[in-house]
Design a binder for this molecule. Structure first.
Ligand SMILES: [Zn+2]
Length: 249
C-alpha cells in the first residue's frame, strides 16, 4: 500500500529518499506500519521557503501600490485564497527590476503602477481549480463573471491547472493617477471577452489606457496577454519551467 501523501509537501525529500523509506516501512510490524503511515499522511506540511532570487517588489519599484486581491475577499472566489498570508507582491529580481524601469518611465506623467497579483503559489492555483469544479459556489458571480456560465470557466481558458504566475515573473497590474485607477473598461479579473485588450465594446478612452499600459510594459521587456489587459510576463524570465509553491508571507 502506498501511503496517502495528499497535502504533504515532500520537499526537500528526494525521490530516492522516499523509495528507501517506503521499503523500510514495508519491513515493519503491521501495527507499527499503520501507525507510521497515519502519521505520515496527516503530518505537518514542510513549508517551502522563499528563494533569495525573489524580492518584495514594493522595495524595488518606485511608488508601487500593492493591492493584493487574493489575500482577502475581493476576488472572483470571494474568499482568501490558499497560500496568500500577507498582501505582498513577490517577483523574481529580474521581473521586479524591469517593473521598476516601467515605474520610472511613467512617473513624469504623474502615473504609478498598482499590482493586483504577482507570484502565485501552486496551492493557490489548486484552490482556483477546486472552486471552478464546485459549480454551485457562485458567491461573487455578479461582480466577476455575470455573463459567464461557471461550467465554462475551464473550457474557455479562464481557469487553468497551471499558472505562469507561479514562475514568479508574471504580474497583474494597472496604472493609477492622482484620482485613482485609469478607466480600463473592466475591473481586474472580470472574466469576460470584454477584458480582451482589443475588445471593441469598451470606450475609446479605456482602449487607449489599455494600450498605454501595454506599451509601457512592452518597452521594458514584458509580453502582454491579449485575453487579459492586466496580465504580463517578463520575456526571458529566469525560471521558465519552475512552478513555485512557497507561501506569500
Ligand atoms: Zn494574471
Amino acid at each position: 500500500m502506498v501511503p496517502a501523501l495528499g497535502g504533504v509537501n515532500l520537499w526537500p525529500m528526494t525521490a530516492i529518499d522516499l523509495v528507501g523509506d517506503l521499503r523500510f516501512v514495508c519491513r515493519m510490524h503491521p501495527v507499527l506500519r499503520i501507525a507510521l503511515l497515519l502519521i505520515f499522511s496527516v503530518g505537518p506540511v514542510v513549508a517551502q521557503e522563499r528563494p533569495s532570487s525573489f524580492v518584495d517588489a514594493a522595495t524595488v519599484v518606485p511608488g508601487l501600490v500593492a493591492e493584493m486581491r487574493y489575500v482577502g475577499d475581493s476576488n472572483f472566489v470571494g474568499r482568501p485564497i490558499d497560500g496568500y498570508e500577507k498582501p505582498v507582491c513577490f517577483l523574481t529580481k529580474q521581473a521586479a527590476e524591469a517593473l521598476a524601469q516601467v515605474a520610472r518611465d511613467i512617473a513624469p506623467q504623474g502615473l504609478k503602477l498598482k499590482a493586483f497579483d504577482c507570484y502565485r503559489p501552486k496551492r493557490a492555483v489548486a484552490h482556483f481549480v477546486r472552486w471552478a469544479r464546485a459549480i454551485s459556489d457562485m458567491k461573487n458571480k455578479q461582480e466577476y463573471y455575470p455573463d459567464m456560465e461557471k461550467t465554462r470557466l475551464f473550457s474557455d481558458g479562464y481557469i487553468a491547472a497551471h499558472s505562469g504566475h507561479s514562475r514568479g515573473s508574471t504580474i497583474d497590474l494597472t496604472i493609477v493617477d492622482a484620482s485613482g485607477e485609469l478607466d480600463m473598461g473592466t475591473h481586474f479579473d472580470f472574466l469576460s471577452p470584454r477584458s480582451n485588450t482589443n475588445n471593441p465594446t469598451v470606450s475609446a478612452q479605456a482602449h487607449k489606457n489599455r494600450l498605454l499600459l501595454a506599451a509601457a510594459m512592452s518597452k521594458r521587456g514584458f509580453a502582454p496577454y491579449g485575453k487579459e489587459w492586466w496580465h504580463f510576463t517578463l520575456r526571458g524570465e529566469p525560471f521558465p519551467n519552475t512552478y513555485f509553491d512557497f507561501p506569500v508571507r
